[in-house]
Write a new protein. Structure first.
Length: 531
């Protein structure tokens, strides 16, 4: 039926046995005011876990989940993507808050499906007060780990007093590296991004090399930004070259500066050649930066890397780094959850449109190698993005105030199509639990197969699989579990249980000896789906 909305709350709950769904009791007060650690050099050197009041918020950090790479879905040529959050102005005083914030908070990031590494940026306001080491929030770490993304803290030396702070930092590398390791272990994040945008000395370089190699040897990911060179001088060279090779050898990855666009092939070639000259390394360890927030031709830049890689072997393919990965969310206190999310979806979520000679897709999800951490049961989603204009519980409004809380975010859909036949988006006007649901609109007169999630669930491991779907629609169609043999279709209009506020529930057991590779909807009209 044309222009009918199939609204899914696919809080997709696949259970290997009948288990009741458990929902949050409500949202806490907005903005607790408690921030993740941001330390000066002196505070770092004197840091003690027993005296840190924020450690208690990190007790239940989720271990990093292993992501399954699904290269057969989209044969992307970009081996890895790193995203750095930009906490500079706008909400500089409010960012990196532990707990509840507000709907337009830029730290409520939604693009986890498309990153391999996430850099929790330094609060610019704090950095100008000599705070040089920043710790990610528990929400950032948990949601990153849930999605198979390594989350990095920052070591930043910027203009102003950065040179003086760097000298102090490098005076005692043995103590600094020990404290940085203890900090990462205590707060359970995965490494550091070193950003030194000031002049230093050869002594400073030797100290940094010692610190980075130690952290790398201890299993942390250490990324180096293309600023200070091997001789200690500040110089942005926009590629990996012989002037940064020592720093590259002692780090895990290299974040090349943004100004390679005028002569891209020159910078690509030298980066590949230099990376491959180091034993055990490859071009994939070089991340070419794209200014995500200010560059209107951002996708032209990504496409140029994509097509350069296409002509090279795997060892010669370069990765991508996105600066200000939170864009287009800018952290304005007045922005609504619906506005910030819809704008984000348009730039990030996969639309199933791939680069060609004549086509430059405008969504990051169409350029990356797909991955998924949905590899076992139970799996449940309510399509909760971690913010809302209202707060819902069992379909009813329990708070009419806007809210934000990254820790409530579910694993989000991989696809969010918008084409002549189908429109998928998050809906904030109604939800089963949390602040949002998935709305799918069929623009055509025909049934449509709509991709939602990518999964890799081996159902042979389970005797019984229980599926429960809550939706809001008069003519809902089907939920389809794609397998590597034949699809399993669940008719959403059969054996329906009526719930409150116009919601319906379908549940039951299914049998399958195949691997579930995706979750789709056969759409006639759905207003809200939750599984």
């Amino acid at each position: 039926m044309k222009n009918k909305a199939l609204q899914f709350f696919i809080g997709v709950a696949f259970f290997c046995c009948i288990v009741p769904l458990v929902y949050g009791a409500g949202i806490k007060k907005i903005n607790t005011g408690i921030k993740a650690d941001s330390l000066t050099t002196v505070q770092l050197l004197n840091w003690n876990i027993s005296k840190d009041s924020t450690v208690k918020y990190y007790k239940n950090i989720i271990p990093l989940k292993k992501a399954v790479i699904l290269s057969s879905i989209n044969r992307s040529t970009i081996p890895s993507v790193m995203g750095e959050m930009n906490y500079d102005t706008y909400d500089g005083a409010n960012c990196k808050v532990i707990g509840s914030t507000y709907p337009g908070d830029r730290s409520i990031f939604l693009g986890w499906n498309y990153l391999n590494y996430y850099i929790s940026g330094t609060n610019f306001n704090d950095n100008q007060k000599d705070h040089i080491v920043s710790v990610p929030t528990p929400g950032e770490i948990n949601i990153g780990h849930k999605n198979g993304v390594k989350v990095l803290g920052c070591v930043d030396f910027l203009w102003g007093s950065g040179s003086k702070n760097l000298n102090t930092f490098c005076e005692n590398p043995s103590l600094v590296k020990e404290k940085l390791l203890k900090l990462a272990k205590a707060f359970k994040f995965d490494g550091y991004f070193f950003n030194i945008e000031v002049d230093g000395s050869s002594k400073d370089v030797n100290a940094i090399l010692d610190i980075m190699s130690y952290l790398k040897a201890k299993g942390l990911h250490v990324s180096w930004y293309d600023a200070m060179k091997d001789n200690g001088k500040l110089d942005y060279t926009n590629s990996l070259n012989k002037r940064s090779i020592k720093l590259f050898k002692n780090s895990s990855s290299f974040f090349a500066n943004y100004w390679w666009l005028k002569t891209p092939i020159k910078h690509f070639d030298i980066s590949v050649k230099t990376a491959n000259s180091v034993k055990g390394r490859s071009a994939a360890d070089v991340y070419l930066a794209v200014q995500w927030w200010s560059n209107e031709k951002r996708f032209d830049a990504i496409k140029s890397i994509y097509y350069y890689n296409a002509g090279n072997s795997l060892k010669n393919r370069l990765s991508v780094a996105l600066y200000a990965a939170e864009f287009p969310v800018r952290g304005n206190l007045t922005d609504t959850a619906s506005y910030t999310t819809s704008e984000f979806v348009k730039m990030w979520f996969a639309n199933n449109v791939y680069p060609t000679a004549n086509q430059t897709p405008q969504r990051m999800g169409d350029y990356v190698i797909p991955k998924t951490t949905i590899t076992s049961l139970p799996f449940k989603t309510e399509f909760n993005v971690g913010k809302g204009n209202k707060y819902f519980k069992n379909g009813s409004i329990v708070s009419a105030k806007g809210w934000g809380k990254l820790s409530e975010q579910n694993i989000l859909p991989y696809y969010m199509l918008d084409n002549k036949s189908i429109a998928e988006n998050f809906d904030f006007t109604t939800a089963w639990n949390g602040g949002s649901s998935l709305k799918i609109t069929n623009k055509s007169d025909k049934n449509q197969i709509v991709p939602v999630y990518l999964t890799a669930i081996n159902t042979k491991s389970y005797k019984n699989i229980f599926v429960k779907v809550v939706y809001k629609s008069k003519n809902p169609g089907s939920l389809i579990l794609n397998t590597n043999s034949s699809p399993i279709k669940i008719d959403l209009s059969s054996k329906v249980k009526s719930l409150n506020d116009g919601y319906y529930e379908v549940s039951g057991k299914i049998n399958s000896n195949s691997k579930i590779t995706g979750i789709n909807s056969r759409c006639r009209e759905i207003e809200n789906l939750e599984c």
